[in-house]
Ligand binder design. Structure first.
Ligand SMILES: [Zn+2]
Length: 280
């Protein structure tokens, strides 16, 4: 088995200059000389084939575990989007998996729609009574400007063209609509300082399914190139309409932990809320 080129240029800034980051027999990651994005430059051909459905069947028990905890986390994330888009009605979760965001949306009085490339995941969500559609990030079966909030959690690092995916989100969002993106943080110490130590890059763990690793700056660049305005990063989003006695300590705790996490490279995932501008 020999490796084939994967991304021949940076998928965010299109720069061809790059420095090697880590090499395995099955794949190679490089760092873009233009923007600093970590991306896959080579991979063996068969790696990752048959991923869509097998992934879910194999992980079914894992996906259903900790349901209540995950739904609560999704409710918190949707509330961060509602700060940006307070009058939202329709929320779409792309890469909806077992439907955590859909359940969270329903509890918050929103109309949730799930999209997934896996027929198995779509079936699982429909069993629970949700609207779910088969589709990919580059081709979402929804009309232009028909959606108020989109969530994209641990999906952007899996797709072959992340910028095309962000443009597709821009298309389905109405002006003023918001998107939450959650991806692994490329600046976490295991990737930035000791790439061989963590699970993220090794081919037999996450390497085969993760094609890019965004940092705060490269994700912001990718969003800006697709027309989005970044509104919030991390979980420190102040909710003006919440009870201030509860809200101030909550906000302060998230503010401190997110600053520290970033400084010490302990932050494991990026959590960025962006908006489609009001005026085209
Ligand atoms: Zn770049």
């Amino acid at each position: 088995m020999s490796r084939r080129p994967f991304f021949t240029a940076c998928p965010v800034c299109e720069c061809h200059v790059r420095a090697p980051l880590i090499e395995f027999p099955e794949l190679v990651y490089v760092r873009c000389g233009g923007c600093g994005l970590i991306y896959k430059s080579e991979q063996v051909e068969r790696l990752g084939v048959g991923y869509e459905d097998e992934y879910f069947k194999y992980n079914r028990a894992g996906f259903l575990k900790r349901w209540a905890h995950r739904v609560r986390k999704c409710m918190r994330q949707l509330r961060d989007c509602l700060v940006v888009t307070p009058d939202a009605k329709v929320v779409v979760d792309v890469g909806c998996s077992a439907g955590y965001v859909l359940e969270a949306g329903r509890r918050l009085g929103l109309e949730p729609i799930g999209v997934d490339i896996s027929q198995f995941a779509v079936g699982l969500c429909r069993e629970k009574g949700f609207r779910a559609e088969l589709g990919s990030l580059s081709s979402i079966p929804l009309a232009d400007e028909s959606v108020d909030i989109v969530t994209l959690k641990h999906t952007l690092e899996h797709v072959p063209d992340p910028l095309a995916g962000l443009k597709e989100l821009f298309r389905i969002l109405r002006p003023g609509g918001s998107v939450l993106i959650v991806v692994p943080d490329a600046d976490k110490w295991k990737i930035a300082l000791m790439p061989r130590v963590g699970r993220d890059l090794r081919p037999e763990l996450r390497g085969w399914q993760h094609h890019v690793y965004f940092s705060s700056s490269t994700l912001r660049l990718a969003l800006a190139r697709c027309g989005f305005e970044v509104m919030h990063e991390d979980k420190a989003v102040f909710r003006r309409n919440a009870n201030p006695i509860v809200e101030w300590p909550r906000f302060a705790m998230y503010w401190v932990t997110s600053k520290l996490g970033r400084l010490l490279r302990l932050r494991r995932e990026l959590h960025v809320v962006s908006r489609k501008p009001m005026m085209g």
